[in-house]
Design a protein around this ligand. Structure first.
Ligand code: NAP
Length: 244
């Protein structure tokens, strides 16, 4: 079985790659920084005695995506599982002042993710099998003043994954939506939060288990499903005055 990891310098993505390599699967690690991806691939090969390749890609280079997926298929064989892990939080205040910054956040988290998922769907429906795992965020469940550019891009990706899952349901291809709360990575570094932050390894275990079980939507940490249910239930006329 071959696993493609998109955004493999993310600690969560790296931990997912490690889990699949430990199970003996071939891994293709894709990242903007191909040298770093190569270092991670070499480490997987040594520790797990599996084939691991590294490829360069950029989520915003949309036109290259179909060829890139073909390149991945040629490097490790037909892709059975693909993890779409890349993302960028950006800076909300900068995005409000300069739409170019907002555009980058939207293009990485939504347009790029959808573009790669379309190319993956094409490849997987051909063979009538495969699993696409899309990492999105609880930030996409409700628009908040402090984070609505990133949140809206993740929310769009969440909706996209839902539609893709429905489109592929009878084609042998499964789509898992992963809605992450706080996980300890570069993205949350230095953040002051009262809510516990999960370890990337634990998140990866939950993601790999959910993919194996054919789960449709995973909240991780799981208590975020409850938190978001409460947040979504607050009427807009009150919510808009909360500083969230
Ligand atoms: N950590 C959290 O609490 C949390 C919560 C909710 C959702 N998420 C989501 O979880 C996923 C993993 O993030 P993380 O927390 O592990 O953060 P991270 O360490 O910052 O990882 C983000 C990854 O996205 C890649 N990336 C950014 N822009 C890209 C582009 N244009 N093309 C290709 N790759 C690009 C980064 O590559 P470079 O190394 O080249 O920058 C890096 O591999 C993201 O989708 C994020 O939105 C995280």
């Amino acid at each position: 079985m071959a696993v493609l990891i998109l955004g493999s310098t993310s600690p969560i993505a790296r931990a997912v790659a490690d889990q699949y390599a430990a199970r003996g699967h071939s891994i293709c690690l894709a990242a903007r920084d191909v040298n770093e991806a190569q270092r991670i691939a070499s480490d997987l090969e040594i520790r797990h005695q599996v084939e691991a390749k590294a490829l360069a890609f950029d989520a915003r280079d949309f036109d290259s995506h179909p060829d890139f997926i073909e390149q991945a298929r040629q490097s490790v064989g037909p892709i059975d599982v693909a993890l779409v892990a890349f993302g960028a939080m950006g800076d909300q205040e900068l995005s409000q002042r300069d739409f170019e910054k907002a555009r980058q956040v939207i293009e990485v988290n939504y347009t790029g993710a959808a573009s790669l998922c379309e190319a993956l769907a094409e490849e997987m429906t051909h063979r009538g099998q495969g699993t696409i795992i899309g990492i999105t965020s609880v930030a996409g469940d409700r628009g908040r003043a402090s984070n609505y550019i990133y949140g809206s891009a993740k929310g769009a990706f969440t909706l996209y994954l839902q539609g893709l899952r429905n489109r592929l349901a009878d084609e042998g291809v499964h789509v898992l939506t992963v809605k992450l709360g706080f996980v300890d990575t570069r993205m949350t570094f230095g953040m002051d939060t009262a809510i516990p932050v999960a370890a990337p390894d634990a998140a990866a275990r939950a993601i790999v288990d959910a993919a194996g079980q054919g789960t449709e939507v995973l909240y991780y940490p799981r208590f975020w499903r409850g938190i978001m249910a409460v947040i979504k239930s607050i009427p807009e006329r009150f919510f808009k005055h909360l500083s969230l």
